[in-house]
Design a protein around this ligand. Structure first.
Ligand code: GTP
Ligand code: MG
Length: 288
């Protein structure tokens, strides 16, 4: 009954949003939170809180090591956060520019978050999924590793900027370290770095480049596990536990809670939108 009332109130919240009008490209199920709210609660949990869903597969009380509730917003908060990611005449979401060096980067004062990780880990796909409610924004993804060669800046209304980065490792641009290191070290408005790790293979040697940079520059960063639609549940559980242990024992600046996502099924995408809106100071959630 309470859940039903919650869904109704979130539904009203959506109905009130001026930017959620018609005229947009029809999107497939689950990109928009209104669709998610129609799901039975088990499926809703799986899609919105994938870590929680995984946790349910452990014997009760046997694995206290996953941090599930450090950021655990309400469904209303998640619904509110979605409006920032929904394009409208009043909330323009667009590609701004690309840069190969920090001094070519746009001089922006709004909060910024960036996405780093190995080539092919799914950085551009994740940004594309986050922007699925702004379908006119073009974010290029490719099967070929090393596709993104520059720092690509995307403006989200007047609220924040997302930065897609070239990948490290295989076919990384030659000047990768100079470009990315200087950006991470000196970008004044950088609020958070999202470090993407492939959930199929876990943390690889090449990932240490980025982890060491974040640790050395004392950056606040967050580990995002990509492509969670690919591994079997058992394999994913194993990777999640290993990565959680790594974060707990080997890092200082990494946010303790992991964010598993799939750019294909949209699992974890709504929660990540909410987290970004929150850490950029745009949403005061009750989740912390
Ligand atoms: N199954 C699945 N495939 C994904 C997912 N995310 C990305 N991919 C695939 O992984 C490949 C690489 O995706 P990109 O988003 O271009 O990866 P990237 O990290 O931006 O790569 P570079 O720009 O080369 O560094 C593409 O073939 C995507 O379709 C996901 O969540 N699930
Ligand atoms: Mg890319």
């Amino acid at each position: 009954m309470a859940a039903h009332r919650l869904r109704q109130s979130v539904g009203r919240l959506f109905a009130m949003g001026p930017e959620l009008g018609s005229g947009r490209r029809a999107f497939s199920a689950f990109q928009a939170f209104t669709e998610v709210l129609r799901l039975p609660s088990k499926q809703l949990t799986k899609l919105v809180f994938p870590l929680e869903e995984l946790h349910e597969h452990f014997v009760p009380g046997s694995r206290p090591d996953l941090h599930l509730n450090i950021f655990h917003p309400s469904l209303e908060d998640i619904a509110r956060a979605e409006s920032f990611f929904t394009a409208s005449a009043r909330n323009r979401i667009e590609y701004l520019t690309s840069a190969v060096r920090l001094d070519h980067a746009p001089d922006l004062h709004r909060p910024e978050v960036c996405f780093i990780g190995r080539s092919n880990v799914g950085k551009s796909s994740l940004i594309k999924a986050l922007f699925s409610l702004a379908p006119e924004v073009e974010v290029r993804v490719s099967k070929k590793p090393g596709h993104t060669k520059k720092l690509n800046f995307y403006k989200v209304g007047k609220y924040f900027t997302l930065v897609d980065m070239p990948g490290y490792g295989y076919r990384a641009p030659e000047d990768f370290v100079d470009m990315v290191e200087t950006y991470l070290k000196e970008r004044k408005n950088l609020m958070r770095t999202f470090l993407l790790v492939d959930s199929v293979v876990g943390i690889q040697k090449a990932d240490n480049i980025a982890i060491e940079m974040c640790e050395e520059f004392a950056l606040p960063y967050v580990m995002v596990l990509t492509k969670i639609d690919k591994p079997s549940k058992g394999h994913l559980l194993k990777q999640v536990l290993q990565i959680q242990k790594f974060v707990d024992t080997k890092t200082q600046g990494c946010f303790p809670q992991l964010f598993p996502v799939s750019a294909m099924t949209y699992s974890g995408i709504h929660l990540l939108r909410c987290f970004i809106a929150d850490i950029t100071g745009n949403l005061k959630t009750t989740g912390f």
